[in-house]
Design a protein around this ligand. Sequence first.
Ligand code: B1M
Length: 212
Amino acid sequence: MSLEAIYDAILNGNAPAAKAETQAELDAGTPAETILNQACIPAMTEVGRLFEIGEKFVPEMLIAARAMNAAMELLKPLLVEAGVEQIGTVVIGTVAGDLHDIGKNLVAMMMEGAGFRIIDLGTDVAPSRFVDTVKAEKPDIVAMSALLTTTTKSIISTIEALEEAGVRDQVKVMVGGAPVTQDFADKVGADGFAPDAGSAARKAKALLGLAA
Ligand code: B1M
């Protein structure tokens, strides 16, 4: 039992071990946030590095992601404070063409923990779905995640769709994901950007004028 064992289990795509080691670490009193930041996220980062240099392939990335999700099932209830007062509504999704959802799920979780009601549209979310949900649910924030350089274009088309539907001014738009930068956010006219899940929750509160 150790953070290293969780790291190894995710890196090797061993979901049962990832779950068992995470539970053992929690039972030993290690905070959920420590497990997330010192084992789970570094393991997925290493998976990405190995993919980049051709030492891991897509199926291995997928089973590593499943192992990460197995650990996250245990961590989520602890990261999200129970019964916090709702401070606003966030519609979140991974943009059209993009199936990555681990980072988006973490952002949603941290925002939920900060007190937001979350409407999670999932992955590969078409601009029209964001628009329809804004009209139906009147959220305070639309949060878009993109993990592929190619799908950052979907952020632009979603903002355009919100403008065309006449609802862009009714919401704050937040963007993030590995290829997204503050500079990109400024260029596409987003209201906010955050580099990671913790700062995304703080940014969401700041956009609504609430203390972070
Ligand atoms: Co993909 N993939 N993938 N992949 N994958 C990347 C993103 C890649 C960088 C790997 C690489 O080349 N090194 C690369 C993208 C290159 C690029 O475009 N620049 C890549 C590729 C190429 C692909 C495919 C095209 C591979 C192929 O089929 N040839 C394919 C595309 C499929 C598609 O989407 N249409 C693909 C598929 C997959 C899997 C399905 C196998 C799997 C996803 C499983 C899943 O998500 N359920 C997968 C995985 C696991 C990865 C890596 C290894 C890990 C991503 C991850 O979960 N990171 C990734 C390499 C890497 O990132 N190192 C890679 C951990 C997560 C916690 O971080 O998502 O960055 P991240 O989220 C962070 C921040 O970015 C931020 O907060 C999060 C938490 O701190 N954040 C926000 C995210 N959203 C935010 C929103 C905000 C604010 C902050 O406000 C709204």
